[in-house]
Design a protein around this ligand. Sequence first.
Ligand code: AHR
Length: 553
Amino acid sequence: MIGRREFIRSSVLSAGCLLLRRTLPFAAADAAGADSRIEVLLEEPLGTISSNIYGHFAENLGGVIYDGIWVGENSKVPNLNGIRKELVEEMRRIKAPVVRYPGGCFADSYDWRDGTGPVDERPRRTNFWADGESVASPASHKYDPNQFGTNEFVHFCKLIGSQPYLAANVRSLPAEEFYRWVEYCNSPAGSTTLADTRAASGYSEPFGVRFWGVGNESWGCGGNFTAQEYAVEFRRYTTWVPRYGQELSFIASGPNDDSWDWTRGFLEEIVRKGPRELRSIYGLALHYYAWNLSRDRTKNWIEGKGDALKFEALDWYELMRQGDVMESLINGHWQVMGEIDKEHSVKLVVDEWGPWYRPGSEATPGDQLEQTPTLRDAVFSAMTLDIFNRHPEKIAMANCAQLINCLNSLYLAHGDKFCVTPVGHVFGMYAAHQGGQALRTIFSSPRVSYDRDGKSASFWGLKGSASLHNKDLVLTVVNPHVSEARAAEVGIRGASLNSGTVTTLNHADIRAHNSFEQRNLVSPQTKALDVKGSTLSYSFPPASVTKLTLTLG
Ligand code: AHR
């Protein structure tokens, strides 16, 4: 096992060293001491990267809504109509495209009407997650005060420039309530009683909500259905929903692992009424959490989890291995979908993803499912976003679980305290990929080798993704090795480089994280590159996320 001292790398290693080679052709680069090669193939576009791949998830769970997003209009915490101002500013900065709400499992016990009408007349309800709350949790986490409902959520989305994605209740509300929620959100001003209710709260113009999840994890907390039973419900819930000139995109509840049977069973039942039924599905949800760090010792959900902050290099690699599974799930489910949906009109919507650790690292004690993201989670998140970028034809949307104070948070907040986590910084760096043309990129690098309980194990050496935006090329690269830099020759075939910058997120300690006290311990550093020719050499620091932005001639 690699010891702690080896994690603390010298500043020389972590600095990232640019060795520019102006004239050498790409094929000759190895001679200069590079151990790795990256080749961006400008002539091999993969498709447009949907901005919505960079989406978020905010469930009414623990400290996500109350304390995280919503502080209330009368709070001393700077706010915009009750919404945390610092959060709004940060989310604008990362170009947040879409936010999923109100769950998660919470969605299938939520009555949307509770969160409408005059705020002081709204009911208090038992939160789906109440039984998991501790004595240290505030009352608002157990008993939903409904101060934050549809109006406030849509207003939040408007403030940050995002589209709302609402998850409807299939387990405990009838289909009628689904289309009434659509009516409340989207019917024109003055047209319906629900439009008048909306207007009475100050929102006369329709919200124009396009994305609607039809239940959540319907095989489990969302109703305990079989795939076939759920497909019948899906058809029923989506058969008549008013449009009001607004495109509606329905997202079906999908698997959370390699349950190919769910994907196949659901789609087979959908097309039992004919192949046209596929048109009613915009996306099939896929959830994937990397949680089992037991190295195959157990499959127990509680015992298999690791610690967010206390970990060794071995645990770091184990998380990366778990994260890498995402790509095989995408390919696997896509293949199964293609058996029934030959034209692939249904896309994948990875609307929950991220690492999930055991309790104990909460920035705010009492916040259920809160964990403190470290550099490890930043590298994991970058690796995951690169996977999405490499499959633009398959992935229509993805939503990191979750936005704030929960699981793979971009932000931590409590009262007037706030910080951006290393994961939040990755979203800031990767925003540059949004809407770009993904390009096939070949990475070759020595594999990471490590001891996995007496057996030798290995993991890829460098990976990433590239996208083109007119003349600007964005290349993001992850080096998962905890202690070794990778010296790479980067070749952009068929183009010359005019200028460039490099942004690096790394730290000498792989457990480094930001906190309310040390808000900027892990933060990206940007510097200019002096580039010319079509090849450059770059040394990717250990345990790092790097973004190269290159302007082509
Ligand atoms: O993100 C936390 C929970 O994980 C969600 O509510 C549920 O959909 C998933 O199981």
